[in-house]
Design a protein around this ligand. Structure first.
Ligand SMILES: C[S@@+](CC[C@H](N)C(=O)[O-])C[C@H]1O[C@@H](n2cnc3c(N)ncnc32)[C@H](O)[C@@H]1O
Length: 195
């Protein structure tokens, strides 16, 4: 996805694109006919990249600030027409009859460590680190077109084994399509394709 030339701004309290964002964006292969859902869109880096390629993009975030930030970035770059942005807990506001060929989530994936900050909603994924990602997979498979794919970022600091088990139990074939080591952590992108 081409993103370097975007007029892209990050509001305070919203996750700024980082290594995991770039890893995910490089791992997803989209074409014009795809219908793409970006869950936890943050400031919308992935949403904007996808909006330049595909027919239709839907973006959700539980944070109203993040959803607004994505919408403004889309408008700034003349990309809002093919996109819908909504505040939603995961896929909770997606109509039951809406189906996507590609669904992605760069979730909060760190285990809860007892401390709190303004950006926790973007970082902490539960006690194991994977609870939110597991819930995402269970919801996402209900909105996948036949043969569609789910992409989810995970960290070696979290319980990736449990996440993979949930993906398998949801009928997905798993592939690790990208990974990067940063200091003491390895970040991976898992791709699940419907069997
Ligand atoms: C690590 S940030 C990723 C942001 C952006 N997609 C990126 O890659 O730069 C995780 C995002 O997930 C959002 N989020 C956290 N819990 C969520 C939930 N239950 N439903 C939807 N989004 C959620 C956060 O607000 C945050 O914007």
């Amino acid at each position: 996805m081409r993103v370097e030339d975007l007029d892209f701004r990050v509001d305070s309290g919203v996750y700024a694109p980082a290594e995991d964002t770039y890893l995910l964006i490089d791992a997803i292969d989209l074409d014009r006919d795809d219908v793409f859902l970006d869950v936890g869109c943050g400031a919308g880096f992935l949403t904007l990249g996808a909006a330049r390629i595909v027919r239709r993009v839907v973006a959700t975030d539980i944070s109203l600030k993040a959803a607004r930030n994505t919408l403004r970035n889309l408008e700034r770059n003349g990309l809002a027409r093919s996109c819908s942005v909504m505040q939603s807990d995961l896929l909770g506001s997606i109509p039951p009859a809406a189906f996507f060929s590609v669904i992605a989530f760069n979730p909060p994936y760190l285990p809860y460590d007892g401390t709190t900050t303004e950006i926790d909603h973007a970082l902490l994924g539960g006690v194991k680190g994977t609870e939110l990602a597991e819930r995402f997979i269970q919801q996402a498979v209900r909105h996948l077109q036949r043969g569609g794919s789910v992409f989810v970022v995970s960290s070696s600091l979290s319980n990736i084994k449990d996440l993979k088990n949930v993906m398998v139990n949801c009928g997905l074939d798993i592939e690790i399509v990208a990974s990067v080591s940063i200091f003491f952590e390895k970040i991976q992108v898992l791709k699940g394709t419907q069997q």
